[in-house]
Design a protein around this ligand. Structure first.
Ligand SMILES: CCCCCCCCCCC/C=C/C(=O)SCCNC(=O)CCNC(=O)[C@H](O)C(C)(C)COP(=O)(O)OP(=O)(O)OC[C@H]1O[C@@H](n2cnc3c(N)ncnc32)[C@H](O)[C@@H]1OP(=O)(O)O
Ligand SMILES: NC(=O)C1=CN([C@@H]2O[C@H](COP(=O)(O)OP(=O)(O)OC[C@H]3O[C@@H](n4cnc5c(N)ncnc54)[C@H](OP(=O)(O)O)[C@@H]3O)[C@@H](O)[C@H]2O)C=CC1
Length: 274
């Protein structure tokens, strides 16, 4: 049984896109839970900043420059992590690229840009981590998706298709590797305040307003809230959970199920009843 204050003690995690936003928060949470964290991404500076923050708080962290689209570089990087740290207990597939574009205007290059990072990058990293995890007979893979993986969303055909692919990959490999000690799950955050998402998805005040209006809890998530849910799925409290998605979105996607009737109108209709 693990120590509840240090559930990740003696464990090693790789967090892709760990230099910013949700990835940084998950890496920091894993470090605070006693684990060693290897953060990777394309830009060295933000990665080093994350690693320094974790070390300053008393944790252990390394920064590795890596483009998840490059399968050979991914295999080499994960082999190096195993040589250096002896094991890989967790992989967080968090790296992503996104922008809003109507399907009929999306170029093949735009489609590839997102599919290559989100779907292909997730496969490369999962495959490389599995070399170690299946060998040691344990491991936990957590991929960050979005609820439009199952309901779709206008303007995001590339990202929605990629996230749906990641969900199918997760469910498939969860069954393939269940009796070999490796669990795979997804987390689906709702709108979360990060510089990346803000710039890519709600740069205009009007788009931000619309996004906020779509969340029944009427607020965005903090990165720490997403990291806390991620930590639960990564640690042994979730030992019997595999192939699942944990949605952390303030009710956003269920809120879509009002069949076009705004919530305010539903409330008005019930005003005369006690
Ligand atoms: C209305 C929607 C609101 C939905 C709200 C729902 C709430 C929450 C759900 C959110 C779920 C997911 C969120 C996120 O993923 S947030 C993460 C965002 N972070 C990032 O995007 C950071 C990383 N980003 C990047 O690396 C780049 O933005 C990019 C993905 C574009 C990749 O960069 P790269 O340098 O490889 O790309 P290029 O600039 O060379 O372009 C490659 C091709 O893509 C085309 N492109 C690029 N930008 C656009 C654009 N804005 N519109 C259309 N096409 C674009 C570009 O033209 C290239 O194609 P061609 O070669 O064919 O020209
Ligand atoms: N914020 C939100 O509202 C939501 C976010 N999500 C998901 O959460 C995750 C994190 O998003 P968020 O923190 O908002 O966004 P960020 O833009 O802050 O994070 C994306 C990270 O991915 C890294 N990255 C991008 N391309 C590559 C690549 N080719 N190789 C390695 N790393 C790469 C970036 O680093 P670098 O550029 O240095 O490579 C960056 O650190 C994503 O999977 C996103 O789809 C899901 C739902 C909602």
């Amino acid at each position: 049984m693990t120590d509840s204050a240090s559930p990740f003690s003696g464990r090693v995690a790789v967090v892709t896109g760990g230099g910013s936003g949700i990835g940084r928060a998950v890496a920091t949470r894993y470090g605070a839970g006693g684990g060693t964290v290897v953060v990777c991404g394309r830009r060295r500076e933000p990665l080093q900043e994350t690693a320094e923050q974790i070390r300053a708080a008393g944790g252990r962290a390394d920064a590795v420059v890596l483009d998840v689209r490059d399968a050979d570089a991914v295999a080499t990087a994960f082999a190096t992590v195993r040589e250096r740290h002896g094991r890989i207990d967790a992989l967080v597939n968090n790296a992503a690229g996104n922008f809003v574009c109507p399907g009929e205007k999306l170029s093949p290059g735009g489609w590839r840009a997102v599919i290559d990072i989100v779907l292909n990058g997730t496969f490369h990293c999962t495959r490389a981590a599995a070399d170690t995890m299946l060998g040691q007979g344990s491991g936990s893979v957590l991929s960050v998706i979005a609820s439009y993986a199952w309901h779709g969303h206008p303007g995001t055909v590339h990202s929605a298709a990629a996230k749906a692919g990641v969900l199918a990959m997760t469910r498939t490999l969860a069954v393939e590797w269940a009796d070999r000690g490796v669990r795979l799950n997804c987390i689906a955050p709702g709108p979360t305040e990060t510089a990346g998402a803000g710039a890519a998805l709600w740069a205009e005040p009007a788009s931000r307003e619309r996004v906020l209006a779509s969340v029944p809890q009427a607020r965005t998530a903090g990165t720490g809230e997403i990291a806390e849910a991620a930590a639960f799925l990564l640690d042994d409290r979730a030992a019997y959970i595999t192939g699942e998605v944990l949605t952390v979105d303030g009710g956003q996607w269920l809120g879509k199920q009002v069949y076009g009737t705004p919530l305010a109108q539903v409330r008005e209709a019930g005003d005369d009843r006690r």
